[in-house]
Design a protein around this ligand. Structure first.
Ligand code: PEP
Length: 248
């Protein structure tokens, strides 16, 4: 499995940033053993696709319906029409801010698949849940309820993102990442068999150029979902380099 490094720009990015997006695409091309994509605000997707020639651009969410009276929302078909090839669904910021349920996320994943997009489904526990000893139960519960029955590695990846590690500069102990990814893998293979063994499990939460080599060396960490450190080519490149090195 090639390491999969995906940037998530969240609510960042203006026209002026298209040159940075092109710079990211061009540094990523230096690391042929690494698969990479950048998930952008919907407003930038079409122009970014035109600016980067072949580099994979994605969205950060989609509506569960294909079209209709949903003011302000963007459907998976619209993302695909703009040139996106994947979308994130179920990011913890959407689970918290928009009260998205596991059932919503499952429906969004299926809508994205129907539109021909690859999908990254995010799961992760809050600090309170971890401190209460419930991290595993929460994450495996989200996984069981958010993933549709048709899940397989050719269109779906999972991102394990401890909520308390996102944007904070804190990361879990390597043993805790290893334990969680092993348990996620076990659920995926029990439920989906060989198709589950091929689903990539990304780690997300304050991954950067300093910690990426360690995080990407942990068994069953098949890549990273990267927020802050994906905003510039100079911060993102060391993560590509670490991913390439881990594949040697
Ligand atoms: C994210 O947005 O999914 C994320 C992991 O952010 P950061 O890398 O900034 O913690």
């Amino acid at each position: 499995m090639r390491k999969y490094i995906v940037g998530n720009w969240k609510m960042n990015g203006m026209s002026a940033d298209l040159t940075e997006i092109a710079a990211i695409a061009s540094v990523s091309a230096k690391y042929a053993s690494v698969e990479s994509a950048l998930c952008l605000p919907a407003t930038l997707i079409g122009r970014a696709v035109s600016a980067v020639e072949g580099y994979i651009i994605g969205g950060q969410d989609c509506h569960m319906n294909a079209s209709g009276a949903h003011t302000g929302c963007v459907s998976a078909a619209m993302l695909a029409d703009a040139g996106a090839r994947l979308t994130i669904v179920g990011h913890s910021e959407r689970r918290a801010d928009e009260h998205e349920s596991d059932a919503d996320i499952r429906a969004k994943a299926l809508a994205a698949k129907a539109a021909g997009l690859e999908v990254i489904i995010c799961v992760g526990e809050t600090l309170e849940q971890r401190d209460d000893g419930k991290a595993l139960e929460i994450v495996l519960g989200q996984l069981a309820q958010s993933l549709p029955d048709a899940a397989s590695g050719d269109w779906l990846s999972v991102a394990y993102e401890p909520v308390w590690a996102i944007g904070t500069g804190r990361i879990p102990e390597d043993k805790d990442v290893a334990d969680m990814h092993r348990e996620i893998r076990a659920q995926l293979t029990t439920r989906f068999g060989p198709a589950g063994a091929a689903i990539r499990i990304l780690y997300g939460g304050s991954m950067n150029g300093e910690n990426a080599a360690m995080l990407l060396s942990i068994p069953d960490v098949d890549g990273g979902l990267v927020g802050g450190a994906s905003l510039t080519a100079s911060k993102f490149e060391p993560i590509f380099a670490a991913a390439a090195k881990s594949a040697e």
